[in-house]
Design a protein around this ligand. Sequence first.
Ligand code: GLN
Length: 197
Amino acid sequence: MPAPVLTLGVLALQGAFEAHAAMLRELGAEVVLVRRPAQLAELDGLVIPGGESTTFLKHLERDGFFDILQSFAQTTPTFGTCAGAILLAKDVLNPAQRSLGVMDIAIERNFYGRQNDSAILTEATSLPGGPLEMVYIRAPRIAHTGTEVTTLARRGDDPALVQQGHLLAATFHPELGHDTRGHQHFLDMVRTANTRA
Ligand code: GLN
């Protein structure tokens, strides 16, 4: 029997959501662009894209979206990239700001942006298939990871792709490159969570 089609949401309040949707579709998922909290109920997993985390927070103030999204991410696979990773983090620095706080990482906003605005790097990863392409745009740095967090790829010495159970965070933009392994890994996580449920 073929594996059931997964329904993935991409939070579409602002930012780089279309490229995520295209990559997930290319990998065989059904994609819902999420603009209202009620849409979360139908999803197997969610991507929170890059963009501007402060703008996200503003949009999430409506309709109890923040609290509903926080409960969702506590139990359901969620992948935060760049600004999305900032939202997932327990601690946000430079400056401190509110976050969903579900992932045991500390993240420093606009860290790499201070050095060079954007860069395309190829860095080592434990994902199968050799070095990983990473697109950086005014990106945050993961400054600390808790004991439950696994680092799957690094930028130099800094964690760049990290997993904690059903949660995945990237400081780069995996949806903007040609390398689909970040999304593929997330879909594998979603499938594992589904078969356990
Ligand atoms: N600088 C943005 C922030 O702090 C993140 C940048 C991005 O998502 N590309 O929210």
